[in-house]
Structure formats: structure tokens, C-alpha cells
Design a protein around this ligand. Structure first.
Ligand SMILES: Cc1cc2nc3c(=O)[nH]c(=O)nc-3n(C[C@H](O)[C@H](O)[C@H](O)COP(=O)(O)OP(=O)(O)OC[C@H]3O[C@@H](n4cnc5c(N)ncnc54)[C@H](O)[C@@H]3O)c2cc1C
Ligand code: FES
Length: 258
């Protein structure tokens, strides 16, 4: 079935700094919240001026009845301008874009692995999985960050009833090391959902293969059009070239030619 994608003028409800360089932007929306699935994203026109010209893709972090949130890190000009947008201003949004995670495979245990800003779409996923949680099924969230100051959303995941484990590069919170080391330590059953940098996802694909546990990974590629037209975001898969913005951003880890 053709997925519905909308273009809306969304009003900024709030734009709060969560930590240095990290912001949570809440936007009003009539149609996106009702159809959005975890793992889908929006394409935001940052400014009414000609620069930055290209829309910026951001994962849908949470949805309310008539609003949704994105969580972003300031890394360049576009996100810097976005961090300065004020309540009451309007942003041109296209969404929800992409395929999203497949929740039907979640059985005894779902292991959500977030690297850096990967926590953004996984919060929405955890909310959905927590709602459909049955009997003794487990929700485990592994968060990896550079330092303790960049560990985001741990409380949100705990409040949803998830078991949360943390790894930081400098050891300032949780395990000193990589989040994939946490993944290798825990009892592996169920299925893995992951979002984060490509080296992390590649390692997860290897762990998934070794332990015969399915993994769905959400990829980030530079996007020009964001709607499947320019082929700027293609990746090589066992099915041939696939567009991250259209066939993705979520892929079975075994499908990807890493
Ligand atoms: C499907 C998807 C979902 C995303 N979700 C989120 C999210 O929820 N929160 C969030 O903070 N970011 C997310 N991103 C990344 C975000 O889109 C970029 O950080 C943003 O577009 C950068 O814009 P800029 O103008 O600030 O930086 P630019 O000036 O364009 O770039 C600054 C730096 O960031 C790098 N960069 C830019 N875009 C990307 C990208 N797509 N992937 C990897 N590196 C990039 C550039 O190489 C450069 O080093 C997502 C990207 C994709 C494709
Ligand atoms: S960004 Fe143009 S096809 Fe994906």
C-alpha cells in the first residue's frame, strides 16, 4: 500500500536545549502524528531563505495527538539555525518519510541499541513496544555515547519499563567502551533494533549473524531530495542498490553489503 507523506506548515511549540548542542524541538502537526511509525523521519526546511537550500532529515522522536518531537544535535549550519527557531514560528515539514521498523518480529526480548543520536527514533520505538508488551517479554535498551553528558533519554527509557545499560567512551557513565561490547555481554535472544553510526551498525550486523538473531538497523546517509528522486542516498544491498530515504532508512542487517 502506498504510504502517505504530507507537507505541512508546522508551528514551533517549544525548542529546548537538552544538553550542550542537543535540542528537542516540538512541532504542531495535523496529519503526521496519526500515521508516523517508529524509524520514520521528517524532512525539515530549515529557513525561508535560499540557504540552507536542502531540507534536513531528522528522525521522529515522539508523537502526541496533534504534535511530534525531533531530537537533534547541532553539527553544522542547518542544525545551528534550527536550534534558534522560536515558539510561534512556522517550519515547512515533509513527513512521515521512509519505511520505519517492523514491530511484528518483536517476541521474547527486544534489544534496542542506540549510538549517539540513535536514541532519537528508538524512544518512539520503545514507547510502541512497551504498549504492546506481552507477559514476560523484555525490553532492553543499550545506549552508547562519548561521555556522560551525551547520554540522552536514559530516564525516558527507564520510565517506559525498559532495562537500560550504558557505555561511554571515557567511562564517565556505565561501561568504559563501546555499546556493542554491552550487546555481546547480554544474553542474546529475541531481536535487535539499532540506530547509530555506521561502524556500530556494521558490528551489530556481525553479532546478529554470529548469534542468529535478527537485527533491523536504521541508516543515515546524506540526503538531497529525501523523497526517492535523486538517488543521492543509495546503498548497496543483496537486492541491488536501495534508496535509504525510500526503501529505508531501516534495513535487515543481513540485507546490507557492508
Ligand atoms: C534518516 C535520517 C534521520 C536522521 N535523524 C537525526 C536525528 O534524529 N537527530 C539528529 O541530530 N540527526 C539526525 N540525522 C542527521 C541529520 O540529518 C544531520 O546531522 C543534519 O542534516 C546536518 O545538517 P547541518 O546543516 O547542521 O550540517 P551540515 O553542515 O550539512 O553537515 C555538518 C556535518 O555533519 C555531517 N552530516 C550531515 N548530514 C549527515 C547525515 N545525514 N549523516 C551523517 N552525517 C551527516 C556532514 O558530513 C558534516 O560533517 C538524520 C539523518 C538521516 C539521513
Ligand atoms: S535523497 Fe534523493 S533519493 Fe534519497
Amino acid at each position: 500500500m502506498q504510504k502517505k507523506v504530507f507537507q505541512e506548515k508546522s508551528k514551533v511549540i517549544s525548542n529546548a536545549r537538552m544538553a550542550k548542542d542537543y535540542f528537542k524541538l516540538s512541532l504542531s502537526s495535523m496529519r503526521i502524528p496519526a500515521t508516523a511509525k517508529p524509524g520514520q523521519f521528517v524532512q525539515i526546511r530549515i529557513s525561508d531563505k535560499t540557504a540552507p537550500l536542502l531540507r534536513r532529515p531528522l528522525g521522529i522522536h515522539r508523537v502526541g495527538p496533534k504534535s511530534f518531537e525531533v531530537l537533534f544535535k547541532v553539527v553544522g549550519e542547518g542544525t545551528r539555525i534550527l536550534s534558534q527557531r522560536k515558539p510561534g514560528e512556522y517550519l515547512d515539514i515533509i513527513g512521515p518519510v521512509g519505511n520505519g521498523f517492523d514491530l511484528t518480529v518483536a517476541t521474547q526480548a527486544s534489544i534496542l541499541v542506540a549510538g549517539g543520536m540513535g536514541v532519537a527514533p528508538l524512544t518512539f520505538l520503545a514507547e510502541k513496544l512497551a504498549k504492546r508488551k506481552v507477559n514476560s517479554s523484555k525490553l532492553i535498551v543499550l545506549i552508547g555515547a562519548k561521555t556522560r553528558n551525551e547520554v540522552l533519554c536514559a530516564k525516558e527509557f527507564s520510565d517506559l519499563g525498559c532495562e537500560v545499560k550504558i557505555a561511554t567512551d571515557d567511562g564517565s557513565r556505565g561501561l568504559r567502551g563501546k555499546v556493542t561490547q554491552l550487546l555481546e555481554r547480554i544474553l542474546l535472544t529475541g531481536c535487535i533494533y539499532a540506530c547509530g553510526p555506521k561502524p556500530m551498525l556494521r558490528k551489530i550486523a556481525a553479532i546478529s549473524k554470529q548469534h542468529h538473531i535478527p537485527a533491523q538497523v536504521s541508516l543515515e546517509e546524506h540526503m538531497a531530495c529525501g523523497i526517492g528522486a535523486c538517488l543521492g542516498c543509495v546503498i548497496n544491498t543483496k537486492k541491488g542498490f536501495q534508496r535509504v530515504c525510500k526503501e529505508g532508512p531501516v534495513f535487515g542487517s543481513e540485507e546490507i553489503i557492508w
